[in-house]
Design a protein around this ligand. Structure first.
Ligand code: GRF
Length: 200
């Protein structure tokens, strides 16, 4: 009788993870795979637009990492196509934008539409864009949080898959608030991937 543990490609739910930063979300996904919280999930590759510190986790886990800088391409359209071509090699069930700080263009959406999720450190539709934590603090909100969306062509406009909230502490700095948001963000992202992998 076949033992699924020794058949690496049987029924695996394959993800390609995109990052631009420290990669704490990527690490949470990889640790959840190791502990069994994401049983049956595999990160086939990590893609970044910069030489991100978080790529160290790809190296640590022995996962192929691709740095694809926009500046290396004659046009944005060429870069968009390069991302899609690289990602397609891994035939992912899900593309996870885990702190990827650029918008994806049409080639990625055309190839993987409905299978690309993004995590954002604010309660969308409030405070979209690159500075969600700062913008929420500046506005003076008392509650903020994190959102996972299925992306579309807009800036953080896709349909909401899940959200987690927390209370802003009096006098809290952007950095401290972001670190607390990232804790709930990581848990939520792992939960969303687990549900997707079970087709829920
Ligand atoms: C996360 O808060 C993500 O929502 C935002 O950037 C942060 C990335 O963190 N876009 P990390 O690189 O996963 O540590």
């Amino acid at each position: 009788m076949l033992d699924a543990r020794y058949c690496g490609t049987m029924n695996e739910f394959t993800c390609v993870v995109f990052i631009s930063g420290t990669g704490s979300n990527l690490r949470a996904i990889l640790e959840a795979i190791d502990t069994g919280a994401l049983a049956g999930v595999r990160v086939a590759a990590v893609v970044s637009d910069v030489d991100a510190p978080g790529l160290a986790f790809a190296r640590e886990w022995g996962i192929p990492a691709h740095v694809i800088p926009l500046a290396d391409f004659p046009s944005r359209a060429d870069w968009d196509r390069a991302l899609a071509t690289c990602t397609a090699r891994y035939q992912p069930d899900l593309v996870v934008l885990a702190g990827f700080m650029r918008l994806l263009g049409h080639p990625m959406l055309e190839a993987f539409g409905g299978r690309i999720i993004n995590t954002h450190p604010a309660l969308l539709p409030a405070f979209p864009g690159a500075h969600g934590v700062r913008d929420a603090l500046s506005y003076g909100v008392k509650v903020t949080g994190a959102t996972v969306i299925e992306i579309d062509e807009g800036v953080d406009t896709g349909s909401i898959i899940d959200q987690r909230a927390l209370t802003v502490l009096p006098g809290e700095s952007e950095e401290d608030l972001h670190e607390r948001i990232k804790v709930i963000e990581r848990e939520m992202l792992v939960d969303v991937i687990a549900r997707r992998s079970r087709n829920e």
